[in-house]
Design a protein around this ligand. Structure first.
Ligand code: IMP
Ligand code: MG
Length: 192
């Protein structure tokens, strides 16, 4: 059970990345993106995957020193709980026209890879020129698909995540814990 009240920090076993470490990493990633897209004639569309990427996205775009447009897409892979369903559905589309655009998909975490793979092919179908993926966390231990990007899209990854269920800085368990300013491992007794 998710705690009904009290301090959400008490449900964390280990802090993996502090707010300061996250901030430094986001700055590093934003500066790489700025450098990579600096001579692109068309400004990239930065598309966050809601809801998990909202905090990372907000911090990242503020540090990208380029003209960009910003949008969100929603993909559902979990009914609830901690195991991905394997066939994510796009339940909220992008509003901007992404055809002929360089898209940077912003994710909180790439786990099995199903969500990102689905979104890349979806954006390909909409005629995007390239699709890059910018994920704060990468959990390669659980990868099920070989990620293919589109065009000369790049893969940006912040931290390699151990094979544990993590929450905070946008990442949730049953919609809780997103507001923690750091990322930590959730106590297994919370979801077992
Ligand atoms: P994938 O489709 O398996 O790669 O899963 C991607 C989505 O699952 C992410 O966007 C997250 O929302 C969620 N997810 C995967 N691992 C975790 C985790 O450890 N904590 C919280 N959410 C996770
Ligand atoms: Mg997500």
């Amino acid at each position: 059970m998710v705690s009904g009240g009290g301090c959400i920090d008490d449900d964390i076993v280990t802090v993996l990345w502090t707010a300061e470490q996250l901030s430094d990493k986001v700055a590093e990633m934003a500066s790489q993106i700025t450098q990579d897209f600096d001579d692109s004639s068309d400004s990239p569309v930065i598309v966050g995957v809601a809801t998990g990427a909202f905090m990372f996205m907000a911090d990242l775009v503020r540090k990208v020193k380029l003209p960009v447009t910003v949008d969100f897409v929603r993909a559902e892979s979990y009914a609830s709980g901690t195991v991905s369903s394997g066939s994510p559905k796009i339940s909220c589309d992008v509003k901007l026209d992404v055809s002929g655009k360089h898209v940077i998909l912003v994710e909180d975490i790439v786990d099995t890879g199903n969500t990102v793979a689905r979104l890349v092919s979806y954006l390909e179908g909409k005629g995007s020129t390239s699709v890059s993926v910018c994920t704060l966390l990468d959990k390669p231990a659980r990868r099920e698909v070989n990620l293919k990007l589109l065009g000369d899209g790049k893969f940006y990854s912040g931290f390699q995540c151990p094979d544990s269920f993590v929450v905070g800085y946008g990442l949730d368990f049953n919609e809780q814990y997103r507001n923690l300013p750091y990322i930590g491992v959730l106590k297994p007794e919370i979801y077992k």
